[in-house]
Ligand binder design. Structure first.
Ligand code: NAP
Ligand code: MG
Length: 502
């Protein structure tokens, strides 16, 4: 049974930040919203109020888009790629210098354990910005050999250049708030775009800290604008805005479809990083000493509120009992607690509503006849905690195996088939295709399964390897486009072709 740890208290620096009169970040200034309205921000571990932030609406989005346009056409367009790169490196250094505060705010706002916040903000915050800072000076066009019929002397030159797409609307979820903001801002700025960011209403704090750091870094006014607000209001206004050239969205598949419809008005470009229900396939020859912790980490990282989570285990029947018992034992040893408590392995879910949703799925799992091997309940007391839960003997006809739960609920089903196509067909039986992994020592089985699984990422003997340089994104209803790596820059660029006839 999981131990449940006690409450935590923020540092004086974090308390000072929380107590501030927060405002919107538009045109390089902290400003009040057009209509006075607030969002109350809560700590999911204690359910106590942490801060009050302004709630931006459509009029504020208008102002922010105008500021982003002015910067895009003005000062930002005059800054050369070397200087853009230096500004991004400066921002990364400022994140490192303010790491303790960033980590603490992230933990308080989202609930994730301190270690997870630290690792993610360092690697996918600061280092990710540096990775894209390096790209600023390497955005290249091509020269293309062509033979135009009508060149007077039969000679010509055709070349392309890559130009920034313009003003980007970025809309992000609450599961890794600071990282999500940076995943959008870094490639956009590297490409020469400007940004209006709408953070998730549940977790606006680190985005506001980022506003401070962007200003301190000397990034020109209006290049990044930050407007906390509600999705149906500020978010919808941003997605539909005629002054926005591209929307970069991360969130649910359901809202992703709304973004697409809203974007149709001016045919703005859209990239979508959406939900997942990723398979984790274990063959009998796999190294079970790695499989068991790999499966538990893959599924329960960020309390399972993780788009690439390994939520569906497909385990060969010869090792099914051993693997599922091993995962249940390990998951039961995880300590639940507030992220700032030193020994917490898992934090709370983001909200009471999310906990209810997850408990509804656990209830459905029980009723469907799946075998509950661990967890299955929410500990009493304050905080939106749910114990890590493993259901065995699930099948792809069950709701818990088909739908994205976005909580610490793992489904395990066995296979006996040696026909890899049949195994992969089960693994592919969802609307999603984000991540996935194959565990075996047989190099042919591994690569054949990689060919057969329809996901943007399929790893071998690890799950969801993430690095700023590895392209990441979904197939099917897990999304459109890729983030990370060189491919992550493409959606922020457009190609111009020029031909000169001599
Ligand atoms: P969500 O409900 O889709 O919300 C995401 C963002 O969209 C929030 O900022 C939300 O605002 C906003 N929004 C809601 N309705 C909108 C509308 N009509 N127009 C414009 N914006 C709108 O997702 P979530 O519950 O925050 O996050 C969980 C989901 O994100 C999961 O499905 C997960 O798989 C996915 N996710 C995907 C990735 C990936 O890289 N593929 C990464 C992380 C998470 P509010 O804050 O007001 O709701
Ligand atoms: Mg919060």
């Amino acid at each position: 049974m999981n131990a449940v740890l006690q409450s935590h208290s923020p540092s004086a620096t974090a308390r000072e930040f929380l107590a501030r009169r927060h405002r919107l970040f538009i045109g390089g200034q902290w400003v009040d919203p057009a209509e006075k309205a607030d969002i109350e921000v809560f700590d999911p571990a204690t359910e106590e109020r942490l801060a009050t932030v302004p709630r931006g609406g459509p009029k504020d989005i208008d102002r922010a888009v105008a500021a982003a346009r002015k910067a895009f056409e003005g000062e930002w367009s005059k800054i050369n790629s070397h200087d853009r790169s230096k500004l991004l490196f400066r921002l990364a250094d400022l994140i490192d210098a303010n790491m303790n505060l960033a980590v603490e705010l992230e933990v308080l706002d989202n609930g994730m354990p301190r270690m997870v916040a630290h690792y993610s903000i360092a690697k996918f915050g600061a280092d990710y910005i540096r990775y894209y800072g390096g790209w600023c000076t390497k955005i290249l066009g091509e020269t293309i050999p062509v033979s135009p019929q009508d060149a007077p002397n039969g000679e010509s030159l055709t070349y392309t250049r890559r130009e920034p797409i313009g003003v980007v609307g970025a809309i992000i979820p609450w599961n890794a708030p600071m990282i999500m903001a940076i995943l959008k801002i870094a490639p956009a700025l590297a490409a020469g775009c400007t940004v209006v960011l709408k953070p998730a209403e549940l977790t606006p704090l680190t985005a506001l800290l980022l506003g401070d750091l962007i200003r301190q870094a000397g990034i020109p006014d209006g290049v990044v604008n930050i407007v906390p607000g509600y999705g149906h209001d500020a978010g919808a206004a941003l997605a539909a805005h005629d002054g926005v050239d591209k929307v970069a969205f991360t969130g649910s598949t359901e809202v992703g479809k709304k973004i697409l419809l809203a974007a149709a008005g001016n045919l703005k470009r859209v990239t979508l990083e959406l939900g997942g229900k990723s398979p984790f396939v274990v063959f009998p020859d796999a190294d079970l000493g790695r499989v068991i912790p790999g499966a538990a980490r893959g599924a329960f990282f960020l309390q399972g509120q993780n788009c690439m989570a390994s939520t569906r285990l497909f385990i060969h029947e010869d090792v099914f009992e051993k693997v599922t018992r091993g995962i249940a034992q390990l998951a039961s040893s995880f300590r639940l607690g507030p992220g700032l408590a030193q020994d917490s392995d898992l934090g709370p879910l983001i909200s009471g509503e999310q906990r209810e949703r997850v408990m509804g799925y656990i209830d459905a799992g029980r009723k469907s006849g799946a075998e509950l091997l661990c967890g299955g309940d929410a500990p009493p007391g304050k905080g939106h905690f749910v114990r890590p839960t493993l259901f065995a003997r699930t099948s792809m006809d069950m709701k818990i195996a088909r739908e994205e739960i976005f909580g610490p609920v793992l489904c395990a089903q066995s296979f006996s088939d040696s026909d890899l196509k049949a195994v992969a067909a089960e693994a592919n039986r969802t609307i999603y295709g984000l991540s996935g992994s194959v565990w075996t020592r047989d190099i042919s089985t591994a690569h054949r399964m990689v060919n057969l699984i329809d996901s943007g990422q399929v790893s071998i003997n690890c799950h969801a390897a993430v690095d700023p340089a590895i392209p990441f994104g979904g197939n099917r209803q897990s999304g459109w486009g890729r983030e990370f790596g060189r491919e992550g820059l493409d959606p922020y660029l457009k190609t111009k072709a020029t031909t000169v006839m001599f």
